[in-house]
Design a protein around this ligand. Structure first.
Ligand SMILES: *Cc1c(COP(=O)(O)O)cnc(C)c1O
Length: 451
């Protein structure tokens, strides 16, 4: 049997339907079969290596095949692989809940588990609505969301998100939400600071709350960075203002930290930069250091208490997934949190993010780069046709795809979102690897914008 790349690709394309992919693209865009990973690198079946500059879709934190996480999962595998979490419990889920509530913003003391990010968003949306119903406010059933936001692909998560590319076709299936203009600082006026722009944009949220709070359960947003929306960023003051407004208007604040949690923005959770505690916080992706599917919704005692009652009152949260709180996934998450603690990861990331920012900012001079922006370990460069007018390239031209292909040929996995090239590397990346990914991005941008 052949074991080269082409042999695996042929077998794959005979049966596998890939996510977020026009499968016909694979007639000319190569599919890359990976046989192993180590640290920040992936290796295909012909021995070619790729630097994983996007942490395998933003999930990986401490490298592939990390020996410490491997050991933790292996040890758990010898004891218990899975057990029902209703009526039963296990040590990894108990320890993980203790550990998460210890690192989360104070007051988030209750953990509800699911097995992927979208499901966590579904849980948060249902839990918020159900809370208001249980406290006699069943009319509060709408959700307020930001333009350009992303919260996942299942129908509820898709409904509260706002990336048209993913949402538009399914609109007839989706609940109606209240969408408020994003504080996205790419849109700030000339000379306006991030904080000024962000504050100015908050007026839209304030107006929406004035008008809709009586019928709204929650505001849901991605704190500080709208990742799938093109790594668009805003100032923490938005979260401070939103926390106060949600309290004033009696509406929950749901923080979707699925992408930005676990150190991505420089702090353990992005909400910390505004010193706020959301009412519900969704976690996934980096939760298991990118090892296994797991998600959690953390919430407060008051929310928990609204469901705690005699069975016959039918106030319980009757939501479950088969693999809720899977022990193997919990053991990976525990090993991940242990690495954060013992290796002072947030501290060490400061030097890495400084290096990444400093290198990436050299892309700013390119005639087709409108902006290079950064929040911690997320750095993005926005490509435009016309820099002065900030006129975007038409999406049909797929400039990002040209960069993706160039980077692959050079042994780097970059996967631009539309016209935004970004770096979101695992935290085990070295300064030399950072230089390489930026250099390859520069070449790719040059190639993709020359004609
Ligand atoms: C990835 C993501 C999700 C969805 O998580 P899945 O595990 O892909 O379902 C939700 N919200 C945000 C902010 C994300 O980045």
């Amino acid at each position: 049997m052949r074991t080269d790349n082409a042999a695996y690709v042929a077998r794959d394309l005979a049966h596998v339907w890939h996510p977020c992919t026009q499968m016909k693209d694979h007639e000319h865009v190569p599919l890359i079969p990976i046989r192993r990973g180590e640290g920040a690198w992936l290796e295909d079946f012909e021995g070619k290596r790729y630097l994983d500059a996007i942490s395998s879709w933003w999930v990986n934190l401490f490298g592939h095949a990390n020996p410490r996480i491997n050991a933790a999962v292996r040890a758990q595998l010898e004891r218990l692989e899975q057990v029902i979490l209703a009526g039963f419990t296990h040590e990894p889920v108990i320890r993980l809940s203790e550990a998460l509530t210890a690192v989360a913003p104070a007051g988030l003391t209750r953990c509800f588990y699911a097995d992927n990010g979208s499901s966590a968003v579904e849980v948060a949306v249902k839990m918020s609505f159900h809370y208001w119903r249980n406290v006699g406010r069943g009319e509060k059933r709408r959700f307020i969301t930001l333009s350009n936001s992303y919260h996942g692909e299942t129908l509820g998560a898709l409904a509260v998100g706002n990336v048209e590319l993913y949402k538009d076709i399914y609109r007839p299936l989706l609940m109606d939400v209240i969408t408020v203009p994003s504080p996205d600082c790419y849109e700030r006026d000339n000379g306006e600071s991030w904080a000024e722009h962000t504050r100015r944009k908050f007026a839209h949220m304030e107006a929406a709350l004035e008008r809709h709070a009586h019928e709204s359960a929650a505001v849901i947003l991605e704190p500080l960075v709208q990742c799938a929306g093109g790594m668009r960023m805003y100032d923490p003051v938005y979260l401070t203002l939103l926390r106060a407004a949600c309290d004033r208007h009696q509406v929950h604040l749901i923080a979707d930290e699925i992408a930005v949690g676990f150190g991505r923005t420089g702090t353990m959770f992005a909400c910390e930069q505004a010193g706020i505690r959301p009412d519900l916080m969704c976690l996934s992706k980096g939760l298991t250091a990118g090892y296994l599917p797991l998600s959690a919704v953390l919430t407060t005692e008051p929310v928990y208490a609204a469901f705690y009652d005699e069975y016959v009152k039918l106030n319980a949260f009757l939501h479950s997934h088969s693999f809720t709180g899977n022990p193997l996934a919990c053991s990976a998450a525990l090993a991940c949190l242990e690495i954060f603690r013992s290796d002072e990861v947030l501290e060490r990331n400061r030097a890495l993010s400084a290096r990444l920012g400093e290198r990436a900012r050299t892309l700013q001079d390119h005639p087709h780069v409108a902006e290079v922006r950064q929040r911690g370990m997320i750095v993005a460069a926005e490509l435009v046709r016309d820099k002065a007018a900030r006129q975007p390239y038409p999406w049909q031209e797929r400039r990002g795809l040209a960069i993706y292909r160039h980077a692959l040929a050079r042994g780097v996995l970059l996967r631009p979102v539309g016209n935004v090239v970004y770096f979101m590397p695992p935290y085990v990346v070295t300064p030399q690897e950072i230089d390489l990914m930026v250099e390859v991005a520069r070449e790719g941008i040059e190639l993709a914008t020359c004609a």
